[in-house]
Design a protein around this ligand. Structure first.
Ligand SMILES: [Zn+2]
Length: 290
């Protein structure tokens, strides 16, 4: 099992979350670090939301966010068409773990990864970042290990952690790592069909997760039961794939009669009610590992 501690690996021009961005809020004092996190995690809104860097609060005191085993080889990776999305699960291996960052002292176990898309290349993401919409959004869903399983974690305020990645279709060549995903998608066009894909099929995530920082807020699932149990972690740097790679997702069928394709599975952006404060934190997770 390999461990990847996020660290700076990109130049300013490569990364949207570089030091060039304005710093909207004064940094919090070191002594606040252990007080603010749990309290902040109790404030939840419905997801997805629109995010802007200027509306976020910069926070430097999180521990580094660590991905353990997400892009390892071994065991079985299975893709399934449930009529709504393509879902990837791991079996016969130690499940990947997400720790650190805004997750306090808890360990979050990988449950599944799924995708959102739309009938065109300009509206398939759920979160909107800086007014931009990307072609797709991938959600890596994790449950808090202290609750034992996904079902029991679902309604707890610290039950789930979802890492979101933007995926954008361009006229460029296909993304070779993402091909492990799209080859599988082409084999699950029928509803309720499954296929095995390469166990290291998530390596494309590393490209976005090497970004210097990420956005985090307390929100909800974007599908039923919409429970406000999610710590969201969003990487702003989109992963570029070809238009054809995105188009394969739209070939998946949503009904047994095969008349309808899954053309759109995006929940619209939610506006928090006035009594709910939307706290978006921009985390520079690498700071302590330098
Ligand atoms: Zn999702």
């Amino acid at each position: 099992m390999t461990t990847m501690v996020l660290s700076p690996g990109l130049t300013k021009s490569e990364c949207i979350c570089s030091d060039d961005h304005p710093k909207p809020a004064a940094p919090l004092e070191e002594e606040d670090a252990h007080i603010i996190v749990p309290e902040w995690r109790l404030q939840k809104v419905q997801s997805p939301i629109e995010l802007n860097h200027d509306d976020s609060n910069e926070y430097d005191h999180f521990e580094p966010l660590e991905f353990h085993g997400h892009w390892d080889q071994g065991g079985k990776a299975t893709f399934n068409n449930n009529g709504y999305t393509a879902t990837l699960r791991f079996e016969d291996r130690e499940l990947p773990l997400l720790v650190g960052g805004p997750l306090h002292d808890d360990h979050y176990v990988f449950e599944q990864l799924h995708f959102h898309w739309s009938d065109d290349d300009h509206s398939g993401c759920e979160h909107i970042f800086e007014g931009k919409a990307y072609s797709m959004e991938a959600h890596a869903v994790h449950f808090n290990r202290k609750y034992g399983n996904f079902k029991d974690a679902l309604d707890k305020h610290d039950g789930l952690a979802v890492v979101a990645f933007f995926i954008h279709a361009t006229d460029d060549d296909e993304h070779p790592c993402f091909n492990k995903i799209t080859e599988g998608v082409q084999r699950i066009q029928k509803i309720n069909s499954s296929t095995e894909v390469a166990s290291d099929c998530l390596t494309w995530m590393t490209e976005a997760a090497e970004c210097k920082g990420y956005y985090t807020y307390q929100g909800s699932l974007t599908t039923e039961p919409y429970t406000e149990s999610v710590t969201w972690i969003l990487y702003p740097k989109p992963i570029h794939v070809s238009r054809e790679q995105v188009a394969h997702f739209r070939e998946m069928k949503s009904t047994p009669c095969e008349t309808f394709n899954i053309l759109k599975n995006v929940r619209p952006v939610q506006t928090p009610p006035p009594h709910k404060k939307l706290d978006i934190i921009y985390a520079r997770s690498h700071r302590k590992s330098e």
